[in-house]
Design a protein around this ligand. Structure first.
Ligand SMILES: [Zn+2]
Length: 441
């Protein structure tokens, strides 16, 4: 190789990548805000969801009345998201009317409940526009406005262009995306519930009930603890549940537990005014997932980029003070150094190579180093139900330009491609990541 890569790590690059997600305690909470954690209840897939959707008009109405009774008992102002194309009959319209009559807000949940990941932007926007036309005019007749949208499957777009296209379309239509923070996958219990009820087996019914409630308890307690740690304050929450039969029979028990846990059922206006929901991060992905999980993942990515920068800074500083041992300490013990002249295996061999080629300050010169691109690799986490979400960052790569300047002779420059990963058991004060492969030329 001609010269080592090095120095002046482009910190601005990293700074630009860091999403501001932890802004500390909220200063906006007025002193007279009631006690309790604000919780917005959102109900998806109206008119009715799951097994109840195939019932006759009377059964659909009965499910609706049971859902509304539970909301009323707990004085909950919910947002109910309608799949517009599933409102087919006057009975369906009567169901929506009942939600309005009880003081709930109707939002759009698209026309046909498509996957944004599976559709082109044009096709998806057309579906959203169709729902908006139908629901807006229906609401206008009742002196209401359509202003809230819920993405089917929580899929907000798998490319930056798709994410931005929907943001633009929602804003132009006067609508706002309502993210989800709490999700107990309630839909996954609905078929079991219907089967148990049909069998008349009291023990089977109770088993599904207990599973449903326990899953929501776990989802709520785990997510809230994570979110509170992440933001450093008591975080507002948005629960996603569906207008289904298992909910009709079990919402009362769940709402009772939520109240006992210190939740306060709040309006969409109050919850969505919280700063955490003000500027939602652009985070393209195939899968939909919760707001705080998304923030946690973005923070992890920002920390990974900072750790990678730290590796390069360590090398730069060491090189420029002539400390080749520290310079090579950020290579993994089994690292491979790739150059046009051949490969070198192992940290010790890499150090020996540098010592031979750069014996003194005149040979080493002064390093500068700028990152042209860095990418992170994440795994996938499979949820207990049927979904998948991005998992933790487990590695990455960096493409950078190195430059060596000398007094009295021309500078040398070239490119390097590094594969990097978290260093297991990194000592305090040592770089937390290490170089696994280094191809420089
Ligand atoms: Zn849905």
């Amino acid at each position: 190789m001609s010269a080592p890569r090095r120095a002046v790590v482009a910190l601005a690059f990293f700074a630009a990548c860091v999403v501001d997600i932890g802004r500390g305690p909220s200063a906006q909470t007025p002193a007279n805000t009631p006690a309790g954690r604000p919780l917005l209840i959102t109900v998806d897939d109206l008119p009715v969801a799951g097994t109840a959707a195939s019932g006759d008009a009377a059964a659909r109405r009965a499910t609706t009345e049971a859902l509304l009774a539970a909301l009323k008992k707990h004085r909950i102002p919910a947002v109910a998201f309608v799949i517009a194309d599933r409102v087919k009959t006057p009975d369906d319209e009567a169901i929506l009317q009942r939600w309005l009559d009880d003081g709930h807000e109707i939002g759009s949940h698209s026309n046909t409940h498509p996957s944004y990941t599976a559709l082109t932007t044009e096709a998806y926007l057309a579906d959203v526009a169709a729902a908006r036309t139908t629901l807006s005019s229906w609401l206008k007749l009742r002196q209401r406005t359509l202003r809230l949208y819920r993405f089917p499957f929580l899929q907000e777009g798998d490319t930056p262009e798709k994410v931005e296209a929907m943001r633009t379309a929602l804003a132009a239509g006067g609508m706002r995306n309502v993210p989800v923070t709490l999700d107990g996958s309630d839909y996954s219990f609905d078929r079991r519930w219907a089967g148990a009820v049909a069998s008349g087996d009291a023990a089977a019914i109770d088993e599904v009930r207990q599973d449903y409630l326990a899953t929501h308890r776990v989802a709520v307690t785990r997510t809230e603890a994570m979110a509170d740690r992440l933001l450093g304050r008591r975080t507002p929450q948005v629960l996603l549940i569906h207008a289904n039969a298992v909910g009709a029979a079990n919402w009362d028990a769940m709402f009772t537990w939520l109240e006992a846990r210190g939740h306060r059922f709040a309006t969409a206006d109050e919850v969505l005014a919280d700063e955490t929901f003000r500027d939602l991060p652009v985070d393209p992905g195939r899968w939909g997932y919760g707001h705080y999980q998304r923030l946690a993942r973005l923070r992890e990515a920002a920390e990974a980029r900072a750790a990678i920068a730290e590796v390069l800074q360590t090398q730069v500083a060491a090189w420029n003070r002539g400390d080749l041992e520290t310079f090579c300490s950020v290579y993994a013990a089994d690292a491979t150094y790739v150059s046009p002249n051949g490969n070198t295996h192992g940290r010790d061999a890499i150090l020996a190579r540098y010592r031979t080629r750069y014996p003194d300050a005149a040979a080493r010169g002064t390093l500068s180093f700028s990152i042209e691109e860095s990418r992170l690799a994440s795994g996938l986490e499979i949820t207990p139900f049927d979904g998948a979400v991005p998992g933790g960052v487990h590695g990455g790569s960096v493409l950078a330009r190195w430059t060596l300047t000398y007094t009295g002779k021309p500078a040398a420059t070239g490119l390097t491609l590094l594969t990097v990963r978290p260093r297991p058991g990194a000592a305090e004060g040592q770089p937390r990541w290490e170089i696994v492969q280094d191809a420089s030329f």
